[in-house]
Write a protein that binds this ligand. Structure first.
Ligand code: ADP
Ligand code: MG
Length: 281
């Protein structure tokens, strides 16, 4: 895929004329997201080593604003490590990671990154089982207000509307009063996505959302993530190929910490390199 290299030359974040860069403010401390180039996430030449083993090796990828991107790749390809770098959990040895044009993710704390608008859903849902669906969303919304404030906090009507809107999006409006612990596995995953949505993230990172789901739940998850694209940018890491095929616009294939291929599902599936390292495993 030669075109991939060509696209990259044009996409590089440093290919911007100086006079277009904001003056007088340090990029690290600028907290407004600038997507004027239509790119919400820049990952360029990122390398991460664990005891000499390169989990990420010159990883470069770009996510456009409003895009829904699938990342696939065999176990150990570096998918989770990539998310760890984007969310500030792991610092790269080299390379750069920017949220929009100005926010240097490698210099921000995990909290600052979440606050700037990057939400991450881990594999294992972290919901409050003893609380209702509504209360879970309420708690998630309050979390960014800080613990002390949330104790005396009451929802205003705008926030109440937002929670209702989120319940509709995740298909749990009928379940608003149900204890989260009694939801099905799939519903719990959707609730957690909803909890992220209450914070209005601009970029959502979702790690293996359909593991353990029924066929019907997988379909519903595909619809949900597709409906989020546009308003949010979504990066989904997933093993389930049928699921990826059902949602993917662009697929990025990781292998040994590096991008092996990028393109439509059809392009990627018919690439002999991919069949060898991933689909044929
Ligand atoms: P994936 O999510 O694609 O399965 P990971 O990003 O979890 O891959 O892991 C990439 C490689 O880095 C694996 O070989 C894994 O064993 C290694 N690795 C990940 N995290 C650590 C860590 N904290 N310490 C040592 N090795 C790690
Ligand atoms: Mg992983």
């Amino acid at each position: 895929m030669k075109s991939l290299e060509q696209v990259r030359e044009v996409m590089r974040r440093d290919r911007v004329f100086d006079f277009m860069l904001p003056q007088g403010i340090s990029p690290t401390f600028s907290n407004t997201l600038d997507t004027s180039h239509n790119v919400i996430l820049y990952v360029e030449d990122i390398s991460v080593s664990f005891d000499g083993f390169k989990a990420l090796n010159d990883l470069t990828l770009y996510i456009n604003e409003g895009e829904l991107r699938c990342i696939i790749g065999p176990n150990g390809a570096g998918k989770t490590t990539m998310m760890d770098v984007i969310t500030g959990k792991t610092r790269p040895d080299s390379g750069l990671a920017y949220f929009g044009q100005t926010m240097d993710l490698t210099k921000m704390s995990e909290y600052e990154i979440a606050d700037a608008g990057i939400g991450r859903k881990f594999q294992k849902p972290t919901i409050f089982p003893e609380h209702t669906v509504f209360q879970n969303l309420e708690l998630a919304m309050q979390m960014n207000k800080g613990v002390w404030q949330s104790l005396r906090y009451k929802l205003n009507s705008e926030q109440n509307d937002r929670i209702n809107e989120v319940m509709k999006t995740i298909g749990l409006k009928q379940n608003f009063n149900q204890l989260a612990g009694s939801l099905s596995h799939g519903q719990k995953q959707w609730l957690e996505i909803g909890m992220l949505l209450t914070q209005n993230p601009r970029l959502l990172l979702v790690d293996e959302p359909v593991a353990g789901m029924t066929h019907q739940e997988i379909e519903r998850t595909s619809e949900l993530l597709t409906s989020l694209a546009g308003q949010h940018s979504v990066v989904v890491v997933e093993h389930d190929m049928e699921f990826v095929r059902s949602i993917a616009q662009t697929v990025t294939v990781l292998h040994e910490g590096h991008v092996l291929a990028e393109g439509s599902m059809d392009q990627v599936q018919n690439d002999p390199k991919i069949i060898e390292v991933y689909l044929g495993e």
